[in-house]
Ligand binder design. Sequence first.
Ligand SMILES: [Zn+2]
Length: 183
Amino acid sequence: MRVCIDAGHGGRDPGAIGRQPFELAEKEVTLAVALLLEQELEARGHWAVMTRRCDRSLSLSARAAFANRLGAEVFVSVHANAAASAEAQGMEVFHFPGSPRGQLLAGEILRSLLRLEGHRDRGVKEANFAVLRLTRMPAVVVECEFLTHPAGLEFLADPESQRALAERIADGIESFETHLGTP
Ligand SMILES: [Zn+2]
């Protein structure tokens, strides 16, 4: 499958910043998980491209245009969540409103992520995000845990967890591919 992997934020845009028990910027987590996802997909024989492979600024429209130009079959944007309350936790995956294939991809990725223990199911949700609206293929924004929750931040900072997230997202993409092939 031709997968465009988008590490959320970058460069001048750090994304959310977690501060407890230590400081961590979303753009660092998203890049780490995205690079591991690229490795994981390539190891499984898929074709993967990254919208960014280093800490650089990139507009939302440029991310979508890149995926469209390359003819990616799916677009997966990796993010970490934040909330005003330090109690918010869990995982959620967004797709564009009224996109059945986006919804299927979101559902398979979330189901796979929730096989990791100890994470709340916040559900599959619709959102009119630019990267979802401007991409021509099934596209999702994956929100892996909360940087604003102390345990969530520790989870997101841990290389083992980042590897596990990448593996689960890859499983979800493969499961989506299997479902597409089934009439
Ligand atoms: Zn984000």
